[in-house]
Design a protein around this ligand. Structure first.
Ligand SMILES: [Zn+2]
Ligand SMILES: [Zn+2]
Length: 256
């Protein structure tokens, strides 16, 4: 059997990659400029500079970037009203270019940009800032929205950002308990009202005492992640952290 020959197995990935490059020469995902070879992130040097990785100083809790230099510290909103999650971190800023990559991933099919996102996440070192999770929970979609889109982008993200922790990814634990309006059409307070009590746990005993990592595509106001974290903490989760690919830029002025 071919699979029994280790040399044969080793050659396979290289051969497939070479054939793919011959049939589909690599090009930048954003501007289509030809690239010399399939690299880690499929972006030309010019477009890569337009994707801005999140960098300190950050809010120790919600991960909001502060302008200027300084140490990480708590932002005003987190001081005034601490979120239910311990820490939220993101890979890059939501901007024109990163927004186009995300849109292609979300609506153009689940494979577009996957390797590029994983490469950017490795480069950002974001996973090292989070506690090793016992359970990884993608933010769920309502079944109606899941049927319309065909896949949950948060689950796909969790799988390719953390392939070696795949067995800890549990899309079945957290559920949307009711239909909600798309958050993008609402302002801050309306977002919170819209999502209050929108998430529930099928079996709360499964999260009791556990360290949990929530995964979603974009952090905008943090309302969705906070509502998920609230349901988890109320069910007895020991700690909840959150990882998103993108973050809408809400720079705060650094203190001191
Ligand atoms: Zn480009
Ligand atoms: Zn904060």
């Amino acid at each position: 059997m071919a699979g029994d020959n280790p040399d044969h197995n080793r050659r396979q990935p290289g051969l497939i990659a070479a054939l793919l490059e011959l049939c589909f020469p690599p090009s930048c995902l954003l501007c289509r400029t030809g690239l010399p070879a399939f690299g880690e992130a499929q972006l030309c040097p010019d477009c890569r500079t337009k994707i801005r990785l999140i960098a300190p100083p950050l809010c120790r809790c919600c991960g909001t970037e502060f302008l200027g230099a300084g140490e990480n510290h708590l932002c005003g909103p987190c001081l005034a009203s601490p979120p239910y999650f311990e820490r939220a971190r993101s890979v890059f800023r939501y901007g024109d270019e990163s927004g186009r990559l995300l849109h292609a991933f979300k609506y153009g099919g689940k494979t577009a940009g996957r390797r590029t996102f994983a490469a950017l996440a490795r480069e950002s070192g974001v996973l090292a800032e989070l506690t090793e999770p016992e359970l990884i929970l993608p933010v769920p979609l309502h079944p109606r929205r899941l049927r319309a889109r065909g896949f949950n982008q948060a689950l796909v993200l969790a799988r390719f950002l953390m392939p070696e922790r795949r067995e800890r990814i549990r899309p079945d634990l957290l559920r949307r308990s009711r239909w909600t309006e798309p958050q993008t059409s609402l302002s801050g307070q309306a977002r919170r009202r819209n999502l209050t009590g929108a998430f529930a746990l099928g079996d709360p005993t499964l999260v009791r005492g556990r360290r949990i990592l929530l995964v979603d595509d974009v952090f905008t106001t943090g309302t969705t992640l906070n509502e998920c974290a609230k349901a988890l903490r109320q069910a007895g989760a020991a700690q909840v952290e959150a990882l998103t690919l993108a973050r809408v830029n809400t720079d705060l002025q650094a203190k001191g």
